[in-house]
Design a protein around this ligand. Structure first.
Ligand code: HEC
Length: 447
C-alpha cells in the first residue's frame, strides 16, 4: 500500500506540477494582456455586446456579480476567471461562452475585466493594542493580531480592544480614466492617515470630511487609524472612493462603505417606454429635462435656453451614485455622449430670452413648447432607429428657423435632402414646410 502511494505520488506529482505551471503561465499571460490597450479594447467591445447586459457596462454588476471589486466568489486567479467565463454558471443564469468566442476573444474579455479592477488587492491588516487614549507609541511588541482581508475592504470593526492602532495595507486599483480620491464620509478624521507608495498623502477636503488624492491605476496604499478618545460606536469608518468634485460615489474602501455604494446604485433604463426625468445630470446645465428612448438614445432639453444641450447613446441614467443628503447632486448618464453643452443644437436669435411653457405628451413622447421673440415654438424628438433622431420643430407664422448645428465628427445632420453644415456661425436658416414644420435628422455614423 505504502509503495503504491509513493508510486502514485511519484506519477502524480509532476502532473500536478505541470497543471499548476500551466495555470501560472496563463495567469501571467492574461495579466500581461490586461496591460495591452489593443487587447483590452477588443475585450471591451465584446464585453459591452454580451456581458454588459448582466454585469453592467461599468462592470458594477446587475443580475450578474460585480466584476471590478476584489470579491470573487468562483476564484480570483485570471485563469480561473477565464475558465468561469468558458463554462458559465448555468444554474445561476450565466451561459457558457466556450462555443461563442474563440480562445483569443475570451482572453481579451478577461484581460479587459482585469484591467477594470477597482479597490484593494492583497489587503492585510495589523492591530496594535495601546495603553490608553493618549498612547501614541506604536511598537512591534503591541501587535496583537494580523491577517488578510480577502474581500478587499478595510474592516474597522476588527478591534475588540479599547485602545488600539490599526493599519490596512495592500495594492490599490483606482480607475484609469478619471481622477479619484478617498473620502471619509463618516468617522472622526483626526487619527486617520493615508500613505501612498510609502509616502503620507496630504489631506484635502474639509476638516470633518477630508479627502486624499489617489493616483490613476495601481498603487500601494496604507491607511492607519488610532482610536484615541473616540467612543467605540464612532470607530467604524466609512471610506469611499469618489470623483474629485465629490459628486459621485465610485467604490468602497471599508466594509461599512460597501452597502452605501451599492445602495446608491439606481439605474433608470428606458426599456420599452419613453422616460422623462427632471434630475440634474452631470455635464448638462441645470434646468434640463432629459428624455430616454427605448432605442437607447437620450437627449436633454434645457428650459432656460430652449436648446438641446446633450445627446447620449446607451442606457439612460444612474440617478443614485450621488453623495448622500445633497439633493442637487447630478445623475450620471449611462451611455456615451455624442455631444453635450457647450456644444448644443440651439436657436440663433437677437435676444437670447426664451420663455419655456411646459410640455405635453404625444404618444408618451414630450413635445416642448416655448416662446422666442414673439413666436411660438414646439420641439419634439423622434427616434427613427438606434442611430437616427428626428428633431421636429414647429413655429407659428412661416418665418425661417435659424439653428446652430453642433459640430460632432460622428453625427451627420440633414434637413430634408440638404446636408447641414455645423461650421456656419450664423446658423443654418431653415424654411418651414406648410404646417410650419422643420425636421432635422441626425444620423450617427459608425466608424
Ligand atoms: C445572462 C446573464 C449573464 C451574462 C450574459 C453573463 N453573465 Fe457572468 N454571471 C452571471 C451570473 C448570474 C453570475 C453569478 C453566478 C453565481 O451566482 O454563482 C455570473 C458570474 C460571473 C463570473 C464569476 C464572478 C465571481 O465572483 O467569481 C464571471 C467572471 C463572469 N460572470 C463573467 C462574465 C463575462 C466575461 C461575460 C461575458 C462574456 C458574462 N459573465 C456574461 C450572469 C451573466
Amino acid at each position: 500500500m505504502k509503495r503504491l502511494t509513493s508510486i502514485l505520488a511519484f506519477v502524480l506529482f509532476p502532473l500536478a506540477f505541470a497543471v499548476n505551471a500551466f495555470a501560472n503561465n496563463l495567469d501571467e499571460t492574461l495579466r500581461v494582456k490586461s496591460q495591452n490597450p489593443q487587447v483590452t479594447e477588443q475585450g471591451q467591445k465584446l464585453f459591452e455586446q454580451i456581458c454588459a447586459s448582466c454585469h453592467a457596462k461599468d462592470l458594477s454588476g446587475a443580475t450578474g456579480f460585480n466584476l471590478k471589486d476584489g470579491e470573487w466568489v468562483h476564484g480570483s486567479a485570471p485563469s480561473q476567471i477565464l475558465n468561469n467565463v468558458k463554462t458559465g454558471f448555468l444554474n445561476a443564469g450565466m451561459p457558457s461562452f466556450k462555443g461563442v468566442f474563440n480562445e483569443a476573444e475570451l482572453e481579451a474579455i478577461v484581460a479587459y475585466v482585469l484591467s477594470k479592477r477597482e479597490g484593494w488587492g492583497n489587503l492585510t491588516y495589523k492591530l496594535y493594542q495601546l495603553n490608553g487614549a493618549d498612547d501614541t507609541h506604536v511598537t512591534e511588541d503591541k501587535l496583537i493580531k494580523s491577517g488578510a482581508l480577502p474581500k478587499g475592504l478595510a474592516d474597522f470593526s476588527i478591534p475588540e480592544v479599547q485602545h488600539y492602532f490599526i493599519e490596512f495595507e495592500g495594492d490599490f486599483y483606482a480607475p484609469k480614466d478619471i481622477d479619484t480620491q478617498v473620502w471619509l464620509q463618516w468617522g472622526f478624521p483626526h487619527e486617520l492617515k493615508v500613505y501612498m507608495n510609502g509616502e503620507q498623502v496630504e489631506k484635502g477636503g474639509t476638516a470633518w470630511f477630508p479627502t486624499w488624492r489617489l493616483q490613476r491605476g495601481k498603487q500601494h496604499l496604507k491607511v492607519t487609524y488610532r482610536s484615541g478618545t473616540t467612543k467605540p460606536n464612532q470607530r467604524n469608518l466609512i471610506l469611499i472612493g469618489t470623483n474629485l468634485d465629490l459628486t459621485v460615489k465610485l467604490f468602497p474602501l471599508s466594509t461599512k462603505a460597501k452597502g452605501i455604494v451599492e445602495e446608491k446604485k439606481y439605474e433608470i433604463k428606458a426599456a420599452g417606454e419613453i422616460l422623462v426625468q427632471r434630475k440634474r445630470i452631470l455635464d448638462l446645465p441645470p434646468s434640463t429635462i432629459s428624455v430616454g428612448f427605448p432605442a437607447k438614445l437620450n437627449y436633454g432639453f434645457n428650459t432656460k435656453s430652449c436648446s438641446v444641450v446633450g445627446v447620449w447613446q446607451g442606457d439612460m441614467l444612474n440617478i443614485g451614485p450621488n453623495i448622500a443628503g445633497r439633493g442637487e447632486d447630478p445623475s450620471l448618464p449611462l451611455g456615451e455622449w455624442l455631444f453635450h453643452a457647450p456644444k448644443q443644437l440651439k436657436h440663433v436669435t437677437e435676444s437670447a430670452t426664451c420663455r419655456y411653457k411646459g410640455y405635453r405628451l404625444e404618444e408618451d413622447n414630450p413635445v416642448f413648447a416655448y416662446e422666442l421673440e414673439q413666436n411660438q415654438y414646439t420641439l419634439t424628438v423622434i427616434p427613427r432607429s438606434s442611430n437616427t433622431l428626428d428633431f421636429v420643430y414647429t413655429v407659428t407664422g412661416s418665418q425661417p428657423i435659424k439653428l446652430l448645428i453642433p459640430d460632432i465628427p460622428q453625427v451627420r445632420w440633414r434637413h430634408g435632402d440638404d446636408q447641414l453644415s455645423p461650421l456656419d456661425p450664423q446658423g443654418s436658416v431653415l424654411k418651414p414646410s406648410e404646417g410650419g414644420r422643420v425636421v432635422i435628422t441626425a444620423t450617427l455614423q459608425h466608424p
